[in-house]
Design a protein around this ligand. Structure first.
Ligand code: TRP
Length: 437
């Protein structure tokens, strides 16, 4: 449940709908689902098995089970975690602000222009968005200082069904709006002419981001699991829950985008301009809106905690910092790195590079770094840890019928698939590294 709490967050409700919108809808959805099943599920199991087997945080786990240069994969994960958390707190800050904006009745319009301006106005005043991000970072750090396992699991158990129920209600509201059908077509009918190499990069990045995969978060959570836990089943349920919630979020946002006349290619602000229109068009919308943004803030918190936890356990295990000191250092650095993201979305073009806002660059970087970490993890588990990994994945249970197939997927299919999708970016990285040397 804690892993599911880590997986379900802004990735599902904020990122998935806007990335689907930017990438043409239906065809993207299918590629995304293929990435989850073929690449995501085997890798979730790999991370959980390594974490449980080594009973250590990522760097130490790779050192103990594989040795050589493999701990660098753990380091890459720490770096990736920093990058993600730096913009995650910014968007979670928006969610927090929208709880208040909705409660105060400021957002009762269904007009795309008015809602776009409301968001733009909020985001351009630099202090409020930064303050909200800071507040969220403090909350995340507070949970991490307190130690995680119990609290997070309890919160997740309560939160997930509530969020699920609320999503169902909102989906019903949205698909009965006049004009919603066009959005359903966009979402469900694949238009293959919209597919390019970038569609695949976006899909794999979204899949890994949403599953919390490729930087050691699930590995860390795996280190808290006992030998009885059935890993194939856990992996499938984390993937199923997470994907189910993302798909529902798509049904909530994309038809509304078309019904109210928003632009599906609005980028990171899409959910924040569209959802207020949905709430404005329903009875007791203010109440639904406040509850929704609150639940989303808590879902974001359980995810952010898993990101910070990876960095903090690393500082504790490898640098012998106390938990409190490690958390404070990590949170401060992370907030500092997040400042350009927070300031990049306004009307002015500070922190806009080549026409792309800093936050969007961070997302792009994540879309590359997570699959890269996943590819290296698959190679390490498949070839270096090898059959020992099967024993770790089994634990004290025998029921793992597809063990050999799993191992060979990690050896061949998963790395090859990721490599094929990342090949252009990897080439660019290689050229850049050679130039640097
Ligand atoms: N999966 C979370 C979401 O969808 C974000 C997240 C939490 C994450 N921990 C992670 C992403 C680790 C990548 C790696 O909002």
């Amino acid at each position: 449940m804690a892993a599911a709490g880590s997986a379900v967050g802004l990735g599902n409700i904020w990122k998935f709908p806007y990335v689907t919108g930017e990438n043409g809808g239906g065809a993207f959805l299918l590629i995304y689902l293929a990435c989850i099943l073929a690449l995501g599920v085997p890798l979730i199991m790999a991370e959980l098995a390594v974490g449980r087997g080594a009973r250590r945080s990522p760097v130490g786990a790779f050192r103990a089970l594989a040795g050589g240069a493999w701990p660098l994969v753990g380091m890459l994960g720490i770096f990736t975690g920093f990058i993600i958390l730096s913009f995650y707190i910014v968007v979670a800050g928006w969610t927090l602000a929208y709880v208040v904006f909705t409660a105060s009745g400021q957002l009762t319009s269904t007009d795309p222009q008015a809602l776009g301006q409301a968001f733009g106005g909020f985001i351009s005043g630099s202090y409020l968005p930064l303050g909200c991000a800071a507040l969220f970072m403090v909350a995340t750090a507070g949970v991490v200082i307190g130690g995680i396992s119990n609290g997070i699991e309890r919160v997740s158990k309560l939160l997930m069904p509530l969020l699920f129920a609320l999503l169902i209600v909102l989906v019903f509201r949205v698909i009965t709006l006049p004009g919603a059908a066009q959005g359903l077509n966009f979402y469900l009918l694949p238009d293959w002419s919209r597919v390019s190499a970038d569609t695949f990069t976006a899909a794999i990045g979204q899949a890994f981001f949403s599953l919390s995969l490729g930087m050691g978060a699930l590995l860390t959570y795996g280190s808290y699991l006992n030998e009885q836990q059935h890993l194939p089943r856990s992996s499938l349920s984390v993937a199923g829950l997470d994907t189910g919630i993302a798909i529902l979020a798509g049904f909530m946002i994309l038809p509304a985008v078309f019904a109210f006349g928003f632009n599906p290619e609005s980028g990171p602000k899409l959910a924040f301009i569209t959802l207020p229109a949905v709430f404005a068009s329903m009875p007791a919308g203010v109440i639904f809106g406040v509850i929704f943004f609150l639940l989303l803030t808590v879902a974001a918190l359980t995810s952010a905690v898993s990101l910070l936890e990876v960095v903090v356990t690393y500082l504790i295990d490898e640098w012998y910092l106390t938990r409190r000191r490690a958390t404070i250092v990590a949170a401060l650095v992370c907030f500092a790195v997040g400042i350009p993201s927070a300031l990049s979305q306004g009307a002015s073009d500070v922190f806009v590079i080549n026409g792309v806002p800093f936050l969007d660059w961070m997302v792009k970087l994540t879309d590359f770094l997570l699959p890269l970490g996943g590819m290296l993890t698959a190679l390490c588990v498949g070839w270096i840890i090898g059959p020992r990994a099967v024993a770790l994945a089994r634990g004290d249970r025998n029921g793992f019928p597809l063990a050999t197939a799993w191992l060979w997927m990690l050896r061949l299919a998963v790395p090859a698939g990721i490599f094929w999708i990342l090949k252009n970016d990897l080439l660019a990285l290689a050229v850049w590294l050679i130039a640097l040397l």
